[in-house]
Design a protein around this ligand. Structure first.
Ligand code: GRG
Length: 287
């Protein structure tokens, strides 16, 4: 996994050239190159590899998914959203570049990502590219990421259209699981996997995404700034709807372990050292 992360970092650096007007490219590159876990591009590349597509071929798409993820982090930290001063252990994008440039940097990453897929992908058929871009636009927009964020914000203000349980699942699936789903689905499309295999990875990513958000909720409660690189205890302070606030810490952990077991069960047959490392890493941190 370490080698994969180095490769992704190198490619992100190469793709993200600083040109005129430099301020916007510097703002885009700032959060992008801070040390993140790179889980989504790693999962995209590993899924593609497990299903028979080589890493070089899927790298532009994997990097595009990381750009979309970073866009969501930059916008999530803005004062009008979660209002966070730190991200990946450093001041948030708007703290360094100002709010206007942070909004624009997010927008620019959101649009640069599909541009990159179209310009840099080699060896895909036109129909594969169309499928990949279709997945990207669907999952990034109001049928995915944005829907999750809207309901998250609404719920913080006490507006619940559905039950708290349903609302929480909707938020987690759309705000968090959606990018893991996008990553494995693009990996499967890159490898021209059949529908059944794509659905298997999609199901894995849904469960993984839910577990990951529960993990994130638990960490907000029990971890430190040094460990997470961002503010902790904010969910509780803002009365946010989370697994921990709704079910309590112990039930959240039980739900997390159950989902992780299901993830191990689904992915087992692929014998993937990378997936084992990812699942073990989360499991060990919650213990
Ligand atoms: C797509 C236009 C558009 C807007 C996005 C702001 C927003 C709408 C969505 C917020 C999504 C969000 C920030 C969800 C939280 C998911 C989460 C737990 C992120 C942390 O992921 P890690 O731990 O982060 O993988 P690193 O820094 O390691 O990459």
């Amino acid at each position: 996994m370490k080698n994969l992360i180095s490769l992704i970092d190198k490619k992100l650096d190469e793709y993200m050239q600083i040109v005129y007007p430099e301020d916007i490219f510097k703002a885009m590159k700032y959060t992008l190159m801070l040390p993140g876990k790179r889980l989504r591009p790693v999962m995209c590349i590993e899924t593609a590899r497990l299903l028979g597509c080589d890493t070089e071929k899927v790298l532009p798409s994997a990097c595009a998914i990381e750009m979309l993820h970073v866009q969501s982090l930059i916008h999530d930290d803005l004062p009008c959203m979660d209002n966070d001063d730190f991200r990946r252990g450093k001041p948030s994008n708007h703290k360094v570049f100002g709010e206007a440039n942070a909004v624009l940097a997010g927008d620019a990453l959101l649009t640069f990502a599909p541009q990159l897929i179209i310009e840099k992908s080699k060896g895909f058929s036109d129909s594969q590219i169309v499928k990949i871009i279709h997945e990207y636009t669907k999952f990034a927009g109001a049928y995915g990421l944005i829907a999750g964020q809207v309901v998250d914000i609404e719920s913080e203000g006490g507006k619940l259209v559905k039950s708290a349980e349903e609302t929480l699942d909707f938020i987690h699936l759309n705000k968090t699981a959606v990018l893991f789903r996008l990553a494995v689905r693009i990996g499967a499309i890159a490898a021209e996997a059949d529908e059944k295999t794509l659905e298997l990875f999609d199901n894995f990513a849904k469960k993984f995404g839910l577990a990951f958000q529960i993990y994130d909720d638990i960490m907000d409660e029990v971890s430190t700034f040094e460990e997470l690189g961002k503010s902790v205890g904010k969910d509780k302070a803002s009365g946010k709807l989370t697994y921990v606030s709704l079910y309590g810490l112990e039930s959240a952990k039980t739900k997390f372990y159950k989902l992780m077991e299901e993830c191990y069960g689904i992915i087992e047959k692929y014998n993937s050292a990378v997936y084992s490392e990812i699942l073990n890493m989360l499991n060990d941190r919650v213990k």
